[in-house]
Design a protein around this ligand. Structure first.
Ligand code: TTP
Ligand code: MG
Ligand code: MG
Length: 420
């Protein structure tokens, strides 16, 4: 069986590791004079957005996805540092290399976080809690950064746990205590329980995970269909999703869940642009191009549609990926509908080298695709001026506040799974 069944199944030990104030901490490591100061990484311009805030800045209420102007009103003495994405990608690779020494089962969720399944590592490394401690020490000694770790029997509990004692914390939910841990938690802590679902549940008097469990499976299914059943299982601490190692990943993507539903094609296109850019950056960082682009979109009633398109040639160019996603969006009926989630993912990877070889074999081969050179320049500019620097003016540049992002991976023959 893949992955085990959760607390009842016994022995799984899963870590969720998330770096503390990642971009800001990297900048403090690079510029030690910033240590102890409120630091904001992000675009300083009129429309700049905070990508990361150091914990010193958070005391003033500063946080990711806030307009920079707002953050600076809260904390005028903050030091603003422009983002250097290539540096963060490099540091991320070092951090992941440490993770992979502890277990081959490492699944990246974003640039600064991963699930690590400790299955089978006990003989080599000892009990899971000790492994979690050793991993934290190794990351700190070798990369010079702190992280927070959650340890639990299933993925979603490990993820909740890692956020509980940030920064520099380790939180364990020992096997057998899952229900006790979950009972008092607010329902918003569960994966997939967004503001709209929360509101609906609160009207039924459901505020905590314990309340949700008491409401029962049948009532939840009646209210939310399959999603209700999923929530019920989570309320019991059951989450059978396996940790899928990145080496097996056959697609990568980025999706966002919005606090307020997104309405209208122009706004949706802006969301897709931000996602296409993140996907292209990851392709460039991994030296890959992809031929297939997928759009995932979920409306306020949880109706989810996915569509995909195959491009004439593999790309790592955010404009081509965005263009394809917008073509897919044209096939979605957007009239009178608000959308709570959008996502862009790519698959059918090719390494650029292979493409060049094919070009050499071809007759009177055309010059190397102009977009490849252009994409490298664009990545360099983004590195200097931040992620948002090159968004076309008409598309706007601000990430919507109150959103959560996720990198997605999926395996061949398996539909892209929703992750948070
Ligand atoms: P997070 O792990 O969400 O945040 P963080 O590492 O800054 O802080 P925490 O200690 O709470 O984990 O995101 C990782 C990095 O991703 C973050 O440092 C910057 C980037 N990011 C953005 O660029 N925009 C965003 O809206 C968010 C949430 C993160
Ligand atoms: Mg983090
Ligand atoms: Mg993170």
């Amino acid at each position: 069986m893949v992955g085990g069944a959760g607390p009842a199944g016994g022995a799984r030990a899963i870590l969720h590791v998330d770096m503390d104030a990642f971009f800001a901490s990297v900048e403090v490591r690079e510029q030690p004079q910033l240590r102890g100061l409120p630091v904001l990484v992000g675009g300083a311009g009129r429309r700049g957005v905070v990508a990361a805030a150091s914990y010193e800045a958070r005391k003033f209420g500063c946080r990711s996805a806030q307009p920079m102007a707002v953050a600076l009103r809260l904390c005028p003495q903050a030091v603003v540092v422009p983002p250097r994405h290539a540096l963060y990608a490099e540091v991320s690779r070092s951090v992941f290399a440490v993770f992979e020494r502890f277990s081959p089962l490492v699944e990246g969720l974003s640039i600064d976080e991963a699930f690590i399944d400790l299955a089978g590592t006990e003989r080599l490394w000892g009990p899971p809690r000790g492994v979690a401690e050793a991993l934290r020490v190794a990351v700190h000694q070798e990369v010079g950064l702190t992280c927070s770790v959650g340890l639990a029997s299933v993925k979603f509990l490990a993820k909740i746990a890692s956020g509980m004692h940030k920064p520099d914390g380790l939180t364990e939910i020992p096997a057998g205590t899952e229900l006790e841990f979950l009972t008092p938690l607010p329902i918003g802590e569960l994966w997939g329980v967004g503001p709209r679902t929360q509101e609906k549940l609160q009207r039924r008097g459901v505020h905590t995970v314990g309340d949700l469990r008491r409401l029962g499976e049948a009532a939840l299914v009646e209210m939310f269909g399959a999603h209700g059943q999923h929530m019920y299982r989570l309320s019991l601490g059951l989450d059978e999703r396996a940790v899928v190692p990145d080496r097996a990943a056959k697609s990568l993507g980025h999706e966002d869940t919005y606090a307020v539903d997104v309405v209208g094609v122009p706004a949706l296109r802006r969301c897709l642009l931000s996602q296409a850019t993140r996907v292209a950056d990851r392709l460039v960082a991994q030296g890959l191009r992809a031929r297939c682009v997928s759009l995932k979109i979920r409306d306020g009633d949880f109706v989810t549609e996915t569509r995909q398109i195959t491009l004439p040639r593999a790309t790592d160019d955010y404009r081509e990926i965005h263009g394809a996603a917008c073509r897919l969006l044209e096939a979605v009926d957007t009239d009178g509908r608000g959308f709570r989630l959008t996502g862009v993912s790519v698959s059918q990877f090719e390494a650029p080298e292979r493409e060049v070889q094919l070009d050499l074999l071809g007759p009177a081969s055309e010059p190397p695709p102009r977009s490849a050179a252009l994409q490298a320049v664009l990545s360099a500019v983004r590195e200097r001026h931040g992620h948002q620097a090159l968004f076309p003016a008409e598309a706007g540049s601000e990430r919507r506040p109150g959103t959560t992002g996720a990198i997605t991976h999926s395996r061949p023959n398996e539909p892209a799974k929703r992750r948070r």
